[in-house]
Ligand binder design. Structure first.
Ligand code: NAD
Length: 291
């Protein structure tokens, strides 16, 4: 069994990006600039955004964090997005999700200019991804593809089962794994909360990608011997022994599943760090597309 080490791989990608940014600076080319909008004070969202900003700094990108009150009106948020769309120094930006209930998330996603949509959530970019055209691929699926690519995990002709159909993880993941590409060329089944016989379906998976947000949902008996298991789930569960007061659990019961697999991602240190690395890659792509 090989652990797909997202922490190490993302560190490697960040180092590659840092070197490229340094070279760009030497050549007088533009330094990538990523902006993030954070609405409200959700603990997990704050952690994610802060680590995105920190990662930008570490590799020499410019970064801007815009913090808005949770009571901000939808109109005001859309105006802020327009400002970032018009700001020529900002190459790409993200609006950290989830947003407060009174704001229409889809409206927000569609307001971000597709050329600055480094999260790859805009329908135009999503459509391009589905067609296999050059675009920004959503950070988490892109990070998973990069892990599979760098570890040379065989995917062609394999049966791939995806659990969860969210627009940010499960659905794009199912599309990418079915494209005629490397990694890709899988026979894909997308499963969700209405799926019947999920256990039997999972038992047939050569590659199992789990993104439903239910801690330790997938157990050893659901996994075929030799399968590749990608655990996207991150749930904070209370833990008094930790300084933070919580620990992170994946959607996969690691101890019973890992011994059966050929490759597996741990939680933490698997898919999570890859997501940030992908966002940074997308931001560099946004700059280069303009050159
Ligand atoms: P979501 O809540 O938007 O979607 C969950 C999906 O799981 C839904 O499509 C639902 O149909 C499906 N589902 C729910 N119960 C099910 C069941 N019993 N059987 C089969 N399918 C079921 O979640 P999301 O945004 O896709 O996130 C999923 C998990 O991944 C969460 O734990 C989240 O924190 C984590 N996540 C991690 C990263 C990362 O960088 N590692 C990024 C995004 C999300």
């Amino acid at each position: 069994m090989t652990i797909l080490d997202g922490k190490q791989t993302s560190a490697q990608i960040k180092e590659e990006l840092r070197v490229e940014v340094e070279e760009r600076k030497r050549k007088g080319l533009k330094v990538p600039h990523l902006a993030a909008i954070l609405v409200g004070e959700d603990g997990a969202s704050m952690t994610y955004v802060n680590s995105k900003v920190k990662s930008c700094k570490a590799i020499g990108y410019d970064s801007t964090l815009i913090r808005l009150d949770s009571a901000i009106s939808e109109e005001k948020l859309l105006e802020t997005i327009d400002e970032l769309n018009d700001n020529t120094d900002i190459d790409g930006f993200i609006v950290q999700l989830p947003l407060p209930k009174h704001i229409d998330e889809q409206k927000v996603i569609e307001r971000v200019h597709p050329e600055k949509d480094v999260d790859g959530f805009h329908p135009e970019n999503f459509g391009r991804m589905a067609l296999g055209l050059p675009t920004f691929i959503p950070a988490t699926p892109n990070g998973i593809m990069e892990l599979l690519r760098r570890y040379e995990v065989p995917t062609e002709g394999k049966s791939c089962i995806v659990i969860g159909r969210s627009h940010i993880v499960g659905l794009p993941m199912s599309i990418l794994m079915g494209l005629n590409d490397v990694p890709g060329n899988c026979t894909v089944t997308l499963t969700h909360s209405r799926t019947k016989n999920l256990k039997e379906i999972c038992q047939n998976a050569d590659i199992l990608i789990v993104a439903l947000g239910k801690p330790e949902f997938v157990t050893g008996e659901m996994v075929k011997e030799g399968a590749v298991v990608i655990d996207v789930g991150i749930t904070r569960v209370p833990d008094e022994t930790k300084k933070s007061g919580f620990r992170l659990l994946g959607d996969v019961h690691y101890d019973s599943v890992a011994p059966r697999t050929s490759f597996i991602t741990p939680v933490p240190g698997g898919v999570g760090p890859m997501t940030i690395a992908s966002l940074l890659q997308n931001t560099l792509k946004a700059v280069k597309r303009k050159e």
